[in-house]
Design a protein around this ligand. Structure first.
Ligand SMILES: Nc1ncnc2c1ncn2[C@@H]1O[C@H](COP(=O)(O)OP(=O)(O)OP(=O)(O)O)[C@@H](O)[C@H]1O
Ligand SMILES: [Mg+2]
Length: 605
């Protein structure tokens, strides 16, 4: 799921590697191994006690009649020798059983939830530190849906399936031992049916697992459609593409249904086959057993025979439930593998190993920088970019769409490793600089401002979470945002985003500017919105930007001449190369690409 190309190969060569990965879940359980161990004690106790049930019930039903029970010696020692006492013993067994089960459930839940909490925390802290490239390659909707379903799968397996699996296992082993004790011949007959069922379970299990994994993939895709539609709901509506998205969704949902029905069909075949084989075996064994109780001198006592029947039926039920549990455990292994793949993908903590913390003053140099995006390595996006920027300069980046302007901004933030050349901050190669340190000195006001759900104040505080109320207030004022903020009844405490008020484009930009002011960075990147604001908002935003640009190095990806004219230098980019450099007047005089661009914009100049 991480790298589309490798996906297919991975699915084929599963088992060993995935089990290795799944084992890492034990690393997460280790801190709780004490509780887990006690839980296991209760599980073992309740499983063993479960074995006494068919034994005693058989003897109770068999009563005193029908020959000497092979168990009679044992029961006499325990002073259980009449019907009343058998009934009482059974009663005590159930009482104990319920107490043990209580502790088992409580303790297992404890371990499971602790473990899952740690995995969740780890997965998110991994995700949030993933390099940008990861997010280019993975759809957010697919990631979130996958993680949620993986966690649920692991939860049910750790909490109940493992315990159930073990209990059935004990019943089967105990049952075989008991049968062997009563009648070696019968036990052998029973064991002979085992290999057939096991082989079938493994073959079918693999096949069904593959089907259900395909269905899961489709389910994740369907979530992507929902998420993308809802996030871009105004796009969907404005283009009246509801039907289009709906039909896209219908197609996926249909394919989920088909895959599930197909897997249901095979599960049905499997289960009916198992039922038939198993009950034939049970009938055969009971019949054989019954024959042994016949005659004046029976091989088998009545009580033993009933215990024997109870055991056989219970074991049958245990066998019947094994394939489902096995499938569940397999699913959990797959789910764990998925999660571990995420947790083990190199995050920026591993890929950005620089540790130096030079003073960042806004002096930046690109030295023969070439770059292509990791997933399209053959397409050069930046070619041999060369420039030196001094402190407090304002640099305008202009050029046609796709020229590489935003890419330069991403490289300043060290989102991607460069292919060739060096990027230097105050003479230090970006590779050697601690990424957190670097980014703490850079602020970006993006083209599309995204506000988090929360109050306006919280959104401004995002620039510096330690800032005081006064600082927030001042930042908002400098950003020309205070006036509109105060016009809301709740002021700074106004909720924005999903459940609150929606801000206009210009207002959002000013919140983002306030955020950047609060951060007080040495280097500022403005990816100017191409969308035109009305002249009043434009003036307010421009004023705020001018304030913001003072006293720091600013890279302005500019579409508006007003911003460009005042720049210390303008870089004109075309197809990843800087083709002209200079001040506005110089470039106009040159009558090159820039003057062309300007005359195209004509009106604004
Ligand atoms: N995440 C990405 N993965 C792969 N290629 C990308 C990615 N982002 C941008 N590109 C490619 O890199 C080139 C430069 O893109 P960039 O976003 O830097 O252009 P830009 O100059 O900012 O354009 P605009 O003015 O339209 O914003 C484009 O050809 C684009 O297709
Ligand atoms: Mg851009």
């Amino acid at each position: 799921m991480l790298k589309p190309k490798k996906k297919k190969e991975k699915r084929i060569k599963l088992s060993k590697e995935s089990i290795q990965k799944a084992k890492r879940i034990f690393t997460y359980m280790r801190p709780y191994r004490g509780i887990f161990a006690i839980g296991w004690v209760f599980l073992v106790l309740s499983s063993l006690i479960g074995l006494l049930f068919p034994l005693l019930l058989g003897q109770l039903l068999g009563g005193d009649s029908g020959g000497e029970s092979s168990m009679s010696g044992l029961f006499e020692k325990m002073n259980i020798n009449n019907v009343n006492k058998f009934a009482l013993a059974l009663f005590i067994i159930f009482a104990l059983q319920s107490v043990f089960s209580f502790f088992r459930v409580v303790l297992f839940t404890n371990v499971t939830e602790n473990t899952l909490r740690d995995i969740r925390k780890d997965a998110f802290s991994r995700l949030i530190y993933m390099p940008m490239d990861f997010f280019n390659q993975n759809k957010v909707g697919e990631l979130t849906s996958r993680i949620a379903s993986d966690i649920t799968q692991i939860q049910s397996t750790l909490q109940t399936t493992i315990a159930e699996f073990f209990r059935q296992f004990v019943i089967i082993i105990g049952g075989v031992a008991f049968l062997a004790f009563i009648s070696f011949k019968l036990a052998m007959i029973m064991l002979a049916t085992l290999p057939v069922i096991i082989v079938i379970a493994i073959v079918f299990g693999k096949f069904i697992k593959k089907l259900s994994k395909n269905a899961q993939d489709e389910a994740a895709k369907s979530n992507v459609v929902i998420e993308e539609s809802l996030m871009g709901i105004s796009n969907v509506k404005s283009f009246t593409n509801e039907q289009f998205m709906l039909s896209k969704y219908k197609k996926i949902v249909q394919s989920i249904r088909n895959l599930q029905v197909k897997s249901g069909l095979w599960r049905g075949v499997f289960i009916s086959f198992v039922i038939f084989t198993m009950f034939s075996a049970i009938v055969f064994i009971i019949w054989q057993g019954l024959l042994m109780t016949q005659g004046p001198n029976p091989e088998l006592a009545r009580g033993d025979f009933f215990s024997f029947v109870m055991f056989t039926v219970m074991m049958g039920a245990s066998f019947g439930s094994l394939p489902d549990m096995y499938a569940n455990i397999q699913k959990a292994i797959g789910a764990t593998e998925n999660l571990m793949n995420i947790i083990e993908t190199d995050s920026e903590k591993e890929t950005h190993t620089g540790t130096k913390k030079p003073t960042i003053t806004g002096k930046v140099a690109f030295s023969s920088v070439s770059f292509s995006y990791p997933q399209r390595e053959d397409v050069p996006v930046l070619k041999n970019i060369q420039f030196d920027v001094e402190e407090n300069q304002t640099i305008a980046l202009v050029g046609s769409s796709g020229a590489g302007k935003s890419t330069i901004a991403s490289l300043l933030l060290n989102y991607y490793p460069i292919t060739d050349g060096e990027i230097l901050f105050n003479g230090e190669n970006v590779k050697n600089i601690d990424t957190n340190h670097l980014r703490s000195h850079i602020a970006i006001v993006p083209q599309e401002v995204i506000l988090f759900a929360g109050t306006i104040k919280e959104n401004i505080l995002f620039g510096n979470t330690d800032a005081s109320n006064e600082e927030v207030q001042t930042a908002a004022e400098k950003a020309n945002a205070l006036e509109f903020i105060n016009s809301f009844p709740d002021g700074m405490e106004t909720e924005v985003g999903d459940r609150g008020i929606q801000l206009s484009g210009g207002q959002k930009q000013r919140v983002a500017i306030a955020r950047a002011i609060l951060k007080d960075p040495k280097i500022l990147i403005l990816d100017e919105a191409t969308s035109a604001l009305d002249s009043e908002s434009e003036r307010l935003v421009q004023e705020a930007l001018n304030t913001l640009m003072q006293g720091r190095t600013s890279f302005v990806i500019a579409h508006r001449l007003s911003t460009i004219k005042n720049a210390d230098r303008i870089f004109v980019l075309e197809k990843g190369e800087i083709i002209e450099t200079g001040k506005h007047d110089e470039l106009i005089a040159k009558k090159g690409v820039y003057s062309n661009l300007v005359s195209l914009q004509g009106v604004e100049a």
